[in-house]
Design a protein around this ligand. Structure first.
Ligand code: 6GU
Length: 224
């Protein structure tokens, strides 16, 4: 999968993809992330990318020209399956959407700032609008990082244990069961006996019960 990201803050997005699982995905050639500084596509003095909004009001709007230059020059080199705008008024990211998007080859992500981007970009270039939840971030960059992480770990061959993404919370609408590691007893706090029993039927049954109970208690909405 190839992901291109248009942003005014490329520095903010260098680190999140350079560690752990996503770094391994890149090392294995399964994921490519390319950052593009929007200012490089501005032909205006001081590489201006935003302007006052028509109609008045506080807050700047990301202007047409640099964005169109960036999008069209990237589109000339790559055929994108989706052009995604990260915005709090987009469709909320859920595991189902992550699963679907992880099947695509090429994605172009646009990170908004200030009051957002000129509506005409959304009408004429954007094919999908995504929010990562009902709260406001200062820009789309951290949302883009969340999206790339959610997709990258789903790519076949990225996770060591091929099956482990299948057991994630949400993958089957159930929260994950509790997990334990050594030591068996710490300050008199014991690991549940069943996990030490070696009986894999019992262990699977226990985990499923725990998942159900945890989901009922914390996220009953998932069971509807
Ligand atoms: Cl995608 N962008 C911003 N600025 N805030 C958000 C968001 C996106 N998703 C949730 N809050």
């Amino acid at each position: 999968m190839r992901i291109d990201i248009i942003t005014v803050l490329p520095e903010l997005l260098e680190s999140p993809f350079s560690h752990s699982i996503l770094q391994r995905a890149k090392d294995k050639g399964l994921l490519e992330v390319h950052l593009h500084n929007l200012r490089d596509y501005s032909t205006l003095p001081r590489a201006q990318v935003d302007d006052y909004q028509f109609g008045g009001g506080a807050g700047m709007v990301m202007m047409m020209e640099p964005l169109v230059n960036a999008i069209e020059s990237l589109q000339a080199a790559t055929r994108y399956d989706e052009v995604i705008y990260l915005t709090p008024d987009g469709e909320t990211l859920q595991q189902r959407m992550a699963n679907q998007l992880s099947l695509q080859e090429n994605l172009l992500l646009i990170c908004g700032h200030y009051k957002g981007i000129d509506e005409r970009i959304r009408e004429h270039f954007v094919t999908k609008e995504i929010s990562i939840g009902d709260y406001v971030l200062s820009g789309g960059e951290l949302a883009a990082a969340v999206l790339v992480d959610a997709l990258g770990r789903l790519l076949p061959g990225v996770l060591n244990d091929e099956t482990s993404a299948l057991f994630d919370s949400f993958q089957d609408n159930l929260l994950a069961p509790p997990v334990y590691t050594r030591p068996e007893v710490f300050r008199n706090w014991k690991v549940p006996d069943v996990l030490l029993s070696g009986n894999h039927r019992h262990i699977e049954d226990w985990r499923h019960e725990q998942s159900l109970a945890r989901t009922q208690q914390r996220r009953p909405d998932l069971l509807q």
